[in-house]
Ligand binder design. Structure first.
Ligand code: HEM
Length: 215
């Protein structure tokens, strides 16, 4: 075989998705479900040492951490796409973003249910009194319109406004970092949150740089 017909050129070179993308997407889908599977198996069958002495704290922390990890991963897709020229990677962004929202719902529900027992008065008081909870709620509320407009139909319907709206994801990331930072400030422990803050700062910085360069 010497030459390739134009029509048979590799999909990635034609700008289409590379052939391995569906496999990567399936792998990421399964990987994103593993933290939930771990919690369910630990809680029901006592696997992985169970949920420990403070199960509510463990579940809140695990779901909060995975919300942030998946949020940062979804933000990293565009720079990665530009760096590699693999436009098909964009197909992973929506899945990662929706998984981030899924873990945020679990995180928030754990707080509402097992931390506050749906006591509306206590929740309102807590949101007003503790800035770290206020920031968590801000991040969560800002995520809602993004999740609600993630379908292909909404992308088509909103047109250019969709991209403008989805810039909100950076505000979500900043609010999430502030939430985590404030939470850790009480313990004077910034070792982990510092890495997440640096990643978000880097991704935001890249975005600003990219926009300035485009102008
Ligand atoms: C996008 C939204 C959110 C993200 C990314 C997020 C992320 C996090 C992270 C990373 C932690 C710290 C985990 C650790 O200490 O290892 C945390 C803790 C916590 N979050 Fe969130 N969170 C969000 C929204 C919320 C909301 C809406 C609430 C409740 C109103 C909330 C309540 C809490 C609580 C109570 C803790 C402390 C758990 C503990 O140490 O006992 N979070 N969150």
């Amino acid at each position: 075989m010497t030459a390739t017909r134009a029509g048979a050129a590799p999909a990635a070179r034609r700008g289409g998705p590379p052939p391995w993308l569906p496999a990567l997407k399936a792998l990421l889908f399964v990987a994103a479900l593993l933290p939930l599977a771990r919690l369910v198996l630990a809680g029901t069958l006592d696997w992985f040492g169970g949920l420990g002495a403070n199960p509510i704290e463990l579940v809140t922390r695990s779901t909060g951490t995975w919300t942030l990890v998946l949020l940062v991963a979804s933000l990293a897709v565009t720079p990665l796409r530009r760096a590699t020229g693999l436009n098909g990677l964009v197909r992973l962004r929506r899945m990662l973003g929706l998984f981030a929202f899924f873990y945020a719902v679990l995180h928030f529900t754990t707080y509402l249910w097992f931390d506050q027992w749906f006591d509306v008065q206590a929740i309102v008081k807590d949101v007003i009194k503790r800035p770290f909870i206020t920031m968590g709620v801000v991040a969560f509320v800002l995520m809602m319109p993004l999740a609600a407009t993630s379908t292909d139909a909404m992308v088509r319907r909103l047109g250019r406004r969709w991209s403008t709206l989805h810039r909100l994801v950076y505000a979500v990331a900043v609010a999430a970092i502030l939430h985590y930072w404030w939470h850790k400030a009480g313990k004077n422990d910034f070792s982990e949150v510092g890495w997440y803050a640096a990643a978000v700062a880097l991704l935001l910085g890249w975005r600003v740089f990219d926009r300035l360069r485009a102008r």
